[in-house]
Ligand binder design. Structure first.
Ligand code: ADP
Ligand code: MG
Length: 239
């Protein structure tokens, strides 16, 4: 049985079909890459999977259970974690408190929450920044904070929106290394990633979106050689 199963998923914003009849599945331990030009519907798909938007049609099941109608906090508690493309740390809180917010979904015990938050910060390499405020962090550090916050909810499926987007060349290898460590630990992930080299090194399978539709799905190699993908996306990136 697939860990995540998506069928006929459709989301309209007025006359715009942001997700159009999308179907795919993710197996436990698998890393699915999600690609497509800006506006293809990638972040909207994450919003539908995590309850931040309601689909107009379709079906999402996680570990055999329908996620339709569930709120983001409920879906998080069921084990679907995510990071956001637009980073949104709480600037009035310290790095440590930001991560504790994630843990407190699972426990009301502050001591336990602090321990787990510090564990997650250690994992992403941000422990020494625990007392800093969100706005004092670089983009790379904010990405790490986002990841720590998602990890602190102890997800079984992790959705990462634009892993390397906006991150400078110097910080990139460290971030990739982090995702690789999660992969080695067996974390199931869907990653949106524009850097094809990065994506090809991480993903087991890739799904390509264009204008809200799935236009291709396959191994990284198949996707790189897919005519539709080259025309709609890779052509632009390579040009
Ligand atoms: P991607 O992440 O692939 O760049 P998005 O999922 O963010 O694409 O957006 C897909 C399309 O849906 C875009 O045309 C975008 O303008 C539109 N869209 C996304 N969110 C909203 C919203 N909340 N309201 C209206 N339109 C939206
Ligand atoms: Mg997006």
């Amino acid at each position: 049985m697939a860990m995540l199963e998506v069928k006929g998923l459709t989301k309209k914003f007025g006359g715009l079909v942001a997700n159009d009849d999308i179907a795919f599945a993710v197996k436990e331990g698998e890393i699915l890459g999600l690609i497509g030009p800006n506006g293809a519907g990638k972040s909207t798909l994450f919003d539908l999977l995590t309850g931040f938007q309601r689909p107009d049609a379709g079906y999402v099941s996680f570990l055999g259970r329908s996620l339709l109608g569930s709120r983001p906090d409920q879906i998080s508690r069921l084990g679907v974690g995510r990071t956001f493309q637009k980073l949104r740390p709480f600037d009035h809180m310290t790095v440590e408190e930001n991560v504790m917010v994630g843990v407190l979904q699972h426990t009301a015990n502050l001591r336990v929450a602090r321990e787990q938050a510090l564990g997650a910060l250690f994992f992403v390499g941000l422990l020494e920044k625990r007392g800093a405020h969100g706005h004092m962090l670089s983009t790379g550090q904010r990405k790490r904070l986002e990841l720590a916050r998602a990890m602190a909810t102890r997800p079984r499926l992790l959705l990462m929106d634009e892993v390397s987007g906006g991150v400078d060349q110097r910080s990139l290898p460290g971030l990739i290394d982090l995702v690789n460590r999660l992969k080695q630990q067996g974390m199931t992930m869907i990653i949106i990633e524009h850097n094809m080299q990065v994506l090809m090194s991480l993903a087991d399978r890739v799904l390509a979106l264009h204008l809200g539709r799935k236009i291709a799905e396959g191994t990284p190699e198949e996707i790189q050689n897919d005519r539709k993908v080259i025309e709609s996306y890779l052509g632009l990136a390579y040009a």
